[in-house]
Design a protein around this ligand. Structure first.
Ligand code: DGL
Length: 273
């Protein structure tokens, strides 16, 4: 049975989910969190659905083993490829997933033209198609997969010439089409918002879905009666399937705090040791 003092499980292919973790910490400072970055497999964006489903299942089992009371899939790609599968495989578990924020973008745009940045797997999935169908009917959407951007962010290159070139290639043609809103459909991308804002200028709104996902997680905890009643400052435990030293060195840059990172190994595509 999930108890109020158990942690929230959060995962991503790498450090991108830290943008969601940041919002969860702001929204619910009393909640413990277990964060898992699958850096042994990052990036997920060009992988097959089945592979992403297997990884997501293995990570979910790991987070449940560590008593997670709900699981936040802090990765658009894993949500697109595996959220439905996870809900079917773990019917007793509450999941919060990500979907590209086309809805708020469609509500706010003045020009009716919106840019969406996300990975190939996110654009190919049924989730994106359904978001476009439900909310994108009256707007023109311009999509770009920003090849290489996730790896740049994993390397802590938030402001390098190469990162800028990737973003310019995606955004400059969209600006020519007169977009006034950009949706960040990958949880890695909020870490380059300053650079994106330099490129698009102040008249283009950039939408980071993390705060609304954190609010959704809180609502879910409320409904389930699982809010931690404590007022102490909570603990975050970080795990990576990659190099713990490299994740540790990124925490101050991405989260503004230090932390210990524990390293774990995959036994096969579906099981973590
Ligand atoms: N953070 C990711 C997402 O939200 C992952 C991208 C990747 O691993 O390619 O889509």
């Amino acid at each position: 049975m999930s108890s109020q003092t158990n942690p929230i499980g959060v995962f991503d292919s790498g450090v991108g989910g830290l943008s969601v973790l940041r919002s969860i910490r702001e929204q619910m400072p009393a909640e413990d969190v277990i964060y898992f970055g699958d850096q042994g497999h990052v990036p997920y964006g060009a992988r097959s659905m089945v592979q992403i489903q297997n990884f997501s299942e293995g990570i979910t089992r790991f987070l449940l083993k560590h008593d997670s009371k709900i699981i936040v899939v802090a990765c658009n790609t894993a949500s697109a490829a595996a959220l439905k599968y996870l809900r079917a495989t773990f019917p007793e578990v509450s999941f919060v997933g990500m979907e590209p924020a086309v809805k708020p973008a469609a509500e706010k745009t003045q020009t009716g033209k919106v840019g969406v940045l996300a990975t190939p797997a996110t654009f190919q999935g049924a989730l994106y198609a359904s978001v476009v169908e439900r909310f994108g009917a009256d707007v023109e959407l311009f999509q770009h997969t920003c090849p290489g951007l996730v790896s740049q962010i994993e390397a802590g290159e938030l402001d390098s010439p190469k990162t800028r070139a990737i973003l310019e290639e995606a955004l400059l043609p969209m600006l020519e089409k007169n977009i006034d809103t950009v949706v960040l459909g990958c949880t890695h991308y909020p870490f380059v918002i300053p650079l994106i804002e330099q490129i698009v200028g102040e008249n283009v709104r950039v939408i980071d879905p993390a705060p609304s996902v954190a609010r959704q997680a809180e609502r879910l905890l409320e409904v389930r009666g699982l809010i931690n009643p404590g007022s102490r400052d909570a603990r975050v435990r970080f795990f990576t399937s990659g190099d713990s030293t490299s994740m540790k060195s990124l925490l101050p840059l991405l989260l503004g705090t230090d932390g210990e990172v524990e390293s774990v190994k995959w036994k096969n595509d579906r099981e973590i040791q």
